[in-house]
Design a protein around this ligand. Structure first.
Ligand code: ADP
Ligand code: ZN
Length: 748
């Protein structure tokens, strides 16, 4: 029997005391292309599954996680020994299973997924100890140096200070007594002051569970009870918290969070764009009396390290983060909340391509814990899961308190025409004027950054295009630049046409928010107007400041892109104008209607959240479009029903399954050749349709040529296995990348 076999039974046993020495194991390094590799455990060393270890890999030393039993695919005589075990809490069984599950589902290598769970380079270093100083205790035979020591005034001050205080850090003593470091050092050497080494405390305070909650309405109470029962019930469940905008979903799931915390479990809340969530975070602090552990791309390196460790040792009880927060090594996770579950920001589009909402459900399942998905406009996928009985649903159908849902009106821009090169219709203009006259606030929504989406030469017809992408350059007049919104390429806005040399013939086509701002300033010169896009509201600080300005009524009119659709609550905001309601419907991908519906409903949901009623105006050239009609009628169910039946007819999600392959590379002929060969090996069979290869809509992106396949499969097809078989039959050159996107959301 091989050594690998000898231990295989034990290594996955749940006996925590079980340890291995002198045997073989597999270790997974957090590297993009890696799977687990076999190693020997040197004599005298003990490891268990989940231990962080140092291993030789090629010529380098690498860190990895003991994944389990040896795979046995390498001759034990050729195996190398691990170097040692790191001093960090081992990665929990459930986290490792989650890594394996995500890898299997997304078809990304395990190492690439593990990398998301080990994203902090130095988190595995033992934390730096802290030193504190206190008086030596003569009763324990210490402190007899005092009599012989010359008591200078600084020494006296330090001694007196320490007599009255608990053990203090050097910096604090120096600040409070004015004594230098050498004074303290002298006292320690003389034996009258003792230096203590203490483990640094967790940077995260325990939440306060005694803060009085707001009085919940009957409907809220019922919803909260149901969610709390799920949390207390201790087992896997998924509940859709389905409530109209402003119904108090947040207040309700806060109760579920509190229940989980009370049971001593950790909680993670996923927010789609945490940088824009200042208002939400404030409510969170008010409710739990502490700062949550934040996890997103803007958290600094030192804080990331502390957070990672605190999550791993269980001292960070509340984590609030972007999708990657799901991959933290929780010691004791008891509840996952996904707020705004319909948001496409939860889909990660590069590296490991995954949807955080779906992975959250998988993580809850593996951990045997409840998940709560909250939204006013749930995704069709989630609604289908409710329909099928896999998820439960709890509804909040009314706004909290006196607030009512806004009334939605359609403005037909073919009749109610704006002036030439203008975008605000006479009706919208009139309503805006009335709103400002009443001392209320308004919002104009246009989901286009910059000044104009296209610049054209009126002399020769030349259009400004990105050299790296199949995309027009967008004018940003504020910076005097043309910019590509896909790769970030920038060029100075020219005065003359580079194609024909004509001067003063360049025309901006169509509006962006900057142009709308120009129009609004001309129309309402007395009014305080602000533009909010990802260009100027980039981080949490800018977002919080904007929220404050709107709240303090320093702004009358807010103009912005989809960042305004987030859960903001501005009681004085009573009018929302959707400048181009047709915009999102134009592209026509699978989810265009659904996404448009969600986005416009969320934007509309900003109006009338206080005690003044709100109005939403949808400017459209297509008033009979079913998305527009459904929003105007407030009839979500009717919209979803039609949308679902159309998807059913075409076997599209949530009825069928989709996957995409994106073949890309720097040389167009290589990409075409690879795509052709992959196409020739494409599977055929019942319940499978493979479309492609076709040039991607963005057939050039960041300098790479791109071809796409779309695979549609019936529900019962084992999609991943099929793709795996397919691709293993085709050899592609290393210069061509093949990306697999299971459940694609982007069709570009
Ligand atoms: P949603 O998340 O459903 O849009 P919120 O939880 O943001 O709704 O609630 C909307 C507003 O109503 C918030 O300002 C919130 O503080 C307030 N609110 C909701 N429920 C209550 C309640 N029971 N008592 C007091 N205020 C509430
Ligand atoms: Zn570009």
């Amino acid at each position: 029997m091989s050594a690998a076999k000898a231990i295989s039974g034990n290594l996955f046993g749940n006996d925590p005391a079980f340890q291995v020495t002198g045997e073989t194991i597999s270790v997974l390094p957090p590297l993009p292309l890696a799977g687990p590799y076999d190693y020997l455990v040197p004599e005298g060393l003990s490891v268990q599954p989940g231990d962080f270890v140092e291993i030789p890999l090629g010529r380098q030393t690498q860190r990895g996680v003991v994944w389990g039993k040896a795979r046995g695919d390498v001759d034990p005589a050729k195996l190398r020994e691990i170097y040692g075990v790191l001093q960090a809490p081992p990665m929990a069984d459930v986290t490792r299973k989650f890594v394996d599950w995500v890898s299997a589902y997304t078809m990304a290598p395990q190492g690439a997924v593990l990398r998301m769970a080990m994203s902090v380079a130095d988190a595995l270093e033992p934390p730096k100890p802290i030193f504190r100083f206190t008086l030596a205790d003569p009763a324990e035979g210490e402190g007899d140096g005092e009599s012989s020591l010359r008591m200078t005034p600084p020494r006296k001050r330090v001694m007196a200070f320490l007599r009255d205080h608990p053990p203090m850090e050097q910096a604090d003593i120096m600040r409070e007594t004015g004594a230098g470091a050498s004074v303290i050092k002298g006292l320690v050497e003389a034996g009258v002051v003792r230096r203590l080494m203490v483990t640094p405390p967790s940077p995260f305070d325990d939440p306060d569970l005694d803060i009085e909650r707001p009085h919940l309405s009957e409907a809220q109470e019922r919803a909260a009870d149901m969610l709390c029962a799920k949390v207390a019930g201790d087992g896997f469940s998924v509940t859709l918290l389905d409530g109209v905008t402003g119904s108090g979903k947040t207040e309700v799931y806060f109760e579920a969070i509190r229940t989980a915390l009370e049971a001593g479990r950790q909680v993670v809340v996923l927010l789609p764009e945490i940088a824009l969530s200042a208002q939400w975070l404030q409510r969170f602090r008010d409710r739990f009396g502490v700062e949550p552990a934040l996890w997103h791309s803007e958290v600094g390196q030192a804080r990331r390290r502390d957070t990672w460790r605190a999550v791993a040792d269980g001292s960070a009880k509340l984590v609030v983060g972007a999708r990657s927060a799901l991959f933290l090594p929780y010691a004791n996770l008891g509840l996952i909340v996904v707020d705004e579950e319909h948001e496409h920001a939860f889909k990660q589009e590069d590296g490991v391509i995954y949807h955080a909402r779906d992975m959250a459900v998988a993580r809850a399942h593996l951990g045997g814990i409840p998940a709560i998905l909250a939204s006013a406009t749930p995704s069709l996928e989630t609604l289908a899961n409710v329909e099928a009985g896999r998820y439960e649903r709890v509804e909040l159908s009314e706004r909290h308190g006196m607030a009512v849902l806004p009334s939605v009106e359609i403005v037909d821009i073919r009749q109610d025409r704006p002036e030439r090169q203008r975008w605000i219709t006479p009706t919208l203009k009139k309503r805006l004027a009335e709103t400002f006259a009443a001392g209320e606030q308004a919002m104009l929504f246009l989901n286009r950054r910059g000044y104009a989406p296209l610049t054209l030469c009126r002399a020769c017809g030349h259009r400004f295009q990105c050299p790296n992408c199949t995309a027009w350059l967008v004018e940003h007049r504020a910076w005097g630049k043309l910019q590509c919104h896909h790769c970030g390429y920038q060029a100075k806005a020219p005065d003359s046409c580079p194609a024909c040399g004509a001067e003063e013939k360049l025309a901006a086509c169509g509006p962006g928010v900057e142009r709308l701002y120009e129009e609004a300033v001309e129309t309402f010169p007395q009014i305080r107007i602000e533009v909010a896009t990802s260009d100027n509201i980039a981080g949490p600080k800018a977002a919080a400041e904007l929220v404050n300005r709107v709240h303090n009524h320093e702004v009358d009119l807010l103009i912005g892109t989809q960042i305004l659709a987030k859960g903001y609550h501005f009681p004085m905001l009573t009018l929302v104008g959707v400048v181009d309601a047709d915009l999102g419907l134009a592209g026509g991908d699978l989810r265009a209607a659904e996404r448009s519906y969600q986005l416009m409903t969320q934007v509309a949901g900003r109006a009338g959240r206080g005690d003044r009623p709100g109005t939403v105006l949808l400017q459209t050239a297509d008033p009979s479009n079913r998305v527009i009609k459904a929003i105007a009628a407030g009839d979500r169910d009717a919209f979803n029903e039609v949308e679902l039946s159309q998807r059913m007819t075409h076997g599209m999600p949530p009825h069928g399954r989709l996957a995409a392959l994106i073949i890309s590379g720097k040389k167009e002929n290589e990409v075409d050749e690879a795509a052709w060969r992959i196409g020739r090996a494409a599977p055929r069979g019942d319940g499978i349709v493979v479309l492609g290869p076709a040039p991607a809509p963005l057939s050039l992106l960041r300098g790479r040529y791109r071809r796409r396949f779309l695979i549609r499969a019936d529900k019962q097809v084992r999609l991943q296995a099929m793709i795996h078989d397919w691709l293993s039959k085709v050899k592609t050159p290393g210069s061509v990348r093949v990306q697999i996107d299971i459940d694609p959301y982007s069709f570009m």
